[in-house]
Design a protein around this ligand. Sequence first.
Ligand code: BGC
Length: 379
Amino acid sequence: MRKSLPGAATLAALAVLSSCSSPKPEPPKTMKIRKQPFGQTKNGESVELYTLTNRNGVETSITNYGGRVVTLKVPDRAGKFADVVLGFDTLDGYLGNSPYFGALIGRYGNRIGKAKFTLDGKEYKLAANNGPNALHGGVLGFDKVVWNGEQGAGEEPSLKLNYLSKDGEEGYPGNLSVTVVYTLTDRNELKIDYAASTDKDTVLNLTNHSYFNLAGEGVGDILNHEIMINADRFTPIDSGLIPTGELRPVKGTPFDLTKPVAIGAHINDKDQQILFGKGYDHNFVLNGGGLALAARVVEPKSGRVMEVLTTQPGVQFYTGNFLDGSVQGKGGKAYPHRSAFCLETQHFPDSPNKPDFPSVVLKPGEKFESTTVYRFTAR
Ligand code: BGC
């Protein structure tokens, strides 16, 4: 990194310091992040935009409104940068009709069947905001609240977001304290660390809903991107996109993405599951354990590669089937059908009603923790 020359005042201060016996102060190791105003919500709450830049010039900007990743600029094989996430230039876009662009999702990401669940013998009713089902935390989910933002600790640029979801908010029990740390590492990774604790038994499923197009946001569809998902099974769904409870082998189906295949290769197959999802809109049961590779996506023209690693047991692969060109994104660009994909690392949908799925219950005294990494390279 380029260092500026010390001015006269600094030299004088250094001379004083060197004449004292106390050790010289170390320069700060933490990479600074930039904070700018991003507007106000309809309730008059101020919202900020934080910009994180790593040593390679990779940059992301994130707002504390919904913890949304607004931009993510990464290089192609020739070193040319493009913003690879869909979104808006201004807060107003996010306050309007945004299909969860870049957002943190909670308290329960994905669907809960019939918008209700029973915990410790008590039934909890949620808002039915997706047909008869609950989707992505309800009417005012974590994507639509203002989080507290501050610079994170550590040497790499990071943003720490906190939110206290009150007991009964959107129908969920318990005061849930959530911390999400976004770190832009020098390996060109956007790392997301989630943590939560509660004062009553509750359920949770936290994820990030970034829409990616590795050719650049607004540059065509994603059907030629090649995907690999490290999953031998997926959770088939009914017509309302609620898992049936089965863990079905992917072998011999359009869901066998264990070897790289173009996203478009089977997306229009006359397969019942593909028809229910209107394309891919399914949870995959990851083979991993620990922080393991969940998926790899390659955009052949630019050579950009995104790898997703996670400690979570599942990932929702969604191919932007509900995008229809009606949303005007950055620079006024329309985002057409299947112009992005999402890889939402998560617990399985409808787990609160599926006792055989991995548990999503969090109890007082326990700490929920998970990590997801989106790693960018080029080939
Ligand atoms: C869901 C889709 C939904 C999308 C945006 C995804 O997580 O699986 O069905 O349309 O989010 O709302």
